[in-house]
Design a binder for this molecule. Structure first.
Ligand SMILES: Nc1ncnc2c1ncn2[C@@H]1O[C@H](COP(=O)(O)OP(=O)(O)O)[C@@H](O)[C@H]1O
Ligand code: SF4
Ligand SMILES: [Mg+2]
Length: 336
C-alpha cells in the first residue's frame, strides 16, 4: 500500500513526545527530546541523521528496551494501547511478536549455540498457533523467503556457519516468524557490502508488500532512504527537525541541516554516501546550546536562532520543520 492510499486510515504506530533522559555522572543527557511521529499501515518511514542523533535510542525507547539510568516519558500508541504503560506481560506479546526488530549487528541478535531452526521455531511457538510439524514447514518457508539457498538443508546449521549477509537474512527470518505488523530496522544493512545491501533492502520491501507490514527504517544513508522509504524524519541532537514525504523533502528541503545532508548526495542520488559533508560536529547532548541546536553550524542563523528554540511546525500538507527561516532556506536552492 502506498502512503497516499493510507492517508484515510489510522496510524499503526503513533509516537507522542517521546523523551529519553540518561542520568549520568556529569549530569542529565537528553538523548531523545520530545520526538513525535506516526507510521501508517504499510508505510516505510526513514529515520535519518548523523551518528549520535538519537535514532537507536528512539527505537529502543519506544520498545521499552531502555533501562535505568535511562528514563523514558511520552506516549507510544500501538493499536490503541500505550506501549510505555502497558503491563510487562502484554508488552512481551507485542515485542518480538506484532512488532519485530532487526539490528545492524546480526551476531548480537542470534544465539550462537542454537541451530537457526530452533531459533525460528521458538519464535513461531511463542507467537503463532502452529503445531510442531507446521512450525518446521514454516521455518523452511521463512528461510526460503529471505533468500537462503537450499533452505531445508541449512535448517540445522548454527549461526557461525552463515556468511555476514546470510546471517542478516537469518535474523530477518527469525524476526518475521511472528508475522509482525511493524518492523523496526536499525541500520540493518550498514555492515554489508553494497550488492547484499540492495538484496536485503529489496527483501524488506517485498515483505512489506507480502505482510502489509509497516517499517521504521533507521539509516544514515540517503541513497537507502531514496530507494526504500515513503516518508522521512530527519533527526538532529535528539529531535526531529524536518519530516515529509521522501519526494517532497528531496525536492525542497526546508531545514538547513537537511539541505546540507542532501548536498552530500551526488547528483542523481545513485551513489551511496555517508553524512559527513556538513562542517562542524553535532553538539554534546549534555550541553545543548540555548536556542536552535543547529545554530553553531548553520549558515542561515540569526540572533534570534541563538536565543529562542524553534519548534517543529507544519508548514504545508504532510510537511513539518523546526526552523525560523525555513522559507529562506527553501528558496536558497541546493548548496554550492
Ligand atoms: N546508556 C547511555 N547512557 C548515557 N548516554 C547514552 C546512553 N545511550 C545512549 N546515550 C546517548 O544518546 C546519544 C544518541 O545515541 P544513539 O541513539 O545510539 O545515536 P544514533 O543511533 O543516532 O547514532 C549518544 O550519543 C549518547 O550521548
Ligand atoms: S532556526 Fe536558525 S539556526 Fe536553526 S536551523 Fe533555522 S536558521 Fe539555522
Ligand atoms: Mg544507532
Amino acid at each position: 500500500m502506498s502512503a497516499a492510499e493510507a492517508v484515510s486510515i489510522e496510524p499503526a504506530l503513533s509516537v507522542d513526545r517521546l523523551t529519553t533522559v540518561f542520568r549520568t555522572a556529569s549530569g542529565p543527557v537528553t538523548a531523545v527530546d520530545g520526538v513525535s511521529f506516526d507510521v501508517m499501515p504499510g508505510e516505510v518511514l526513514g529515520l535519518v541523521g548523523e551518528s549520535g542523533s538519537g535514532k537507536s535510542v528512539t527505537l529502543r525507547s519506544l520498545m521499552r528496551l531502555v533501562h535505568a539510568p535511562g528514563e523514558v516519558t511520552g506516549r507510544v500508541l500501538w493499536r490503541g494501547q500505550d506501549l510505555l504503560s502497558m503491563p510487562a506481560r502484554a508488552l512481551r506479546r507485542v515485542r518480538g511478536g506484532e512488532i519485530a526488530m532487526i539490528f545492524q549487528e546480526p551476531t548480537t541478535a542470534l544465539n550462537p549455540v542454537l541451530p537457526v531452526r530452533m531459533q525460528i521455531e521458538e519464535n513461531l511457538a511463542a507467537h503463532t498457533a502452529l503445531d510442531k510439524r507446521q512450525r518446521r514447514k514454516r521455518a523452511i518457508e521463512l528461510l526460503d523467503l529471505v533468500g537462503i539457498p537450499a533452505a531445508e538443508r541449512r535448517l540445522d546449521d548454527y549461526p557461525h556457519q552463515f556468511s555476514g549477509g546470510m546471517k542478516q537474512r537469518v535474523m530477518i527470518a527469525i524476526a518475521l516468524a511472528s508475522d509482525p505488523k511493524l518492523l523496526l530496522a536499525d541500520e540493518p544493512t550498514t555492515a554489508l557490502d553494497v550488492t547484499i545491501q540492495d538484496q536485503i533492502l529489496k527483501l524488506i520491501l517485498d515483505l512489506r508488500d507480502e505482510f502489509a507490514m509497516s517499517v521504521v527504517f533507521v539509516t544514515h544513508d540517503l541513497g537507502v532512504v531514496a530507494g526504500t522509504c515513503d516518508r522521512m524524519a530527519v533527526m538532529y541532537a535528539g529531535r526531529i527537525v524536518e519530516s515529509g514525504s521522501v519526494a517532497d523533502v528531496f525536492a525542497e528541503p526546508h531545514h538547513p541541516y537537511t539541505r546540507g545532508l542532501l548536498g552530500s548526495v551526488p547528483r542523481g542520488g545513485a551513489e551511496r554516501t555517508m553524512l559527513t559533508s556538513i562542517e562542524g560536529t553535532p553538539p554534546s547532548l549534555a550541553a545543548i546550546p540555548p536556542g536552535c541546536a543547529f545554530a553553531p553550524r548553520c549558515g542561515f542563523a540569526t540572533a534570534r536562532c541563538r536565543e529562542e528554540r524553534p519548534v517543529l511546525d507544519p508548514f504545508a500538507p504532510g510537511r513539518m520543520v523546526s526552523c525560523f527561516h525555513h522559507q529562506r532556506v527553501a528558496s536558497a536552492g541546493a548548496p554550492a
